[in-house]
Design a protein around this ligand. Sequence first.
Ligand SMILES: *Cc1c(COP(=O)(O)O)cnc(C)c1O
Length: 354
Amino acid sequence: MGDSRRTIRTVDGLVDAGLVADGDRSELGRIAERYAISVTTTMRGRIGAVDDPVGRQFVPDRRELLGTPEELADPIGDLPFTPVPGITHRYPDRVLLKPLQMCPVYCRFCFRREMVGPEHGVLGDDDLCRAMDYIRERPQIWEVILTGGDPLMLPPARLRRIVDELDAIAHIGVVRVHTRVPVVSPERITDAMVRVLTGDTPVWVVVHCNHRQELGEAALTALRSLADSGVPLLSQTVLLKGVNDTADALEDLFRTLVRNRVKPYYLHQSDLAPGTSHFRTSIASGQEIVRTLRGAVSGLCQPTYVLDIPGGHGKVPIGTTYIEPDGDEYLVTDPNGRHHRYPPGSAPAGMEAA
Ligand SMILES: *Cc1c(COP(=O)(O)O)cnc(C)c1O
């Protein structure tokens, strides 16, 4: 991994790279003790300034030391749904399998920031065996979502073993990989990696990307090689204050993704992770942004805006509703904000022009 040796992993490294002022060394050092730092060479190359949409995602900020009362170490309640190490099983037909807790970059807003980092390592062989047994013994599990950590940080041979083992389980229909690698560490999308992702079991890849500025030539080439090989590509984006919380920024990102054959899947409300309040937008402003995109921008570019309910109660769509029951009929709002009765024809005069 020629590139990974030059990844910035320390506050000193950030100072040397000119991303952090010398005077901030000790304060940011305290943050680094709790939350790992990693900025790949590729992402370093996409940062124009520390407070731009890419810099803010990866360069630690003193505000990470400010906790707020509503923040939670386990914001979406993974722990109560962890029957064996490496597995999170919340919904009947799908499980998360976390084969490692390391990432190519450490996002400052990560909802698993208390669980990930280079010191957490890889799920050992015994634990992996037990996780596979758990899946094998439960025929209701149809989909396995590899996440972590970032599963594409694994050497292709180790990832192949996992995919092959899942492939041998008759009730597994689909494997999904949640990853940042194609964008932040595109050199890892080698031919060997692409071959692992294009075996017999369909593997869907969901790429985490939050701003157009993350997508350089190398990232687009990596996405192209996955798409050309037949890997279905989706994206997920976290709505982040100061990074992408405008309709224009999201429109630019989603159009770029679709042009590169990636279908925007989820737009996440930022979770209540510790020390991330400076990233959180209100749900009302998120709904306003999503409403602005609806109608104005191709349906291909519309992800579902979702909230992961704290406590492990699952993800639900939280975009605004466009329909309300009204007696035996409905009142529907169009993308321009005008109201209509459904079925039509029964509207009292003047109703259509609200
Ligand atoms: C997000 C998540 C999933 C995947 O949910 P989808 O809506 O299918 O994308 C599955 N399990 C857990 C525990 C999750 O947090």
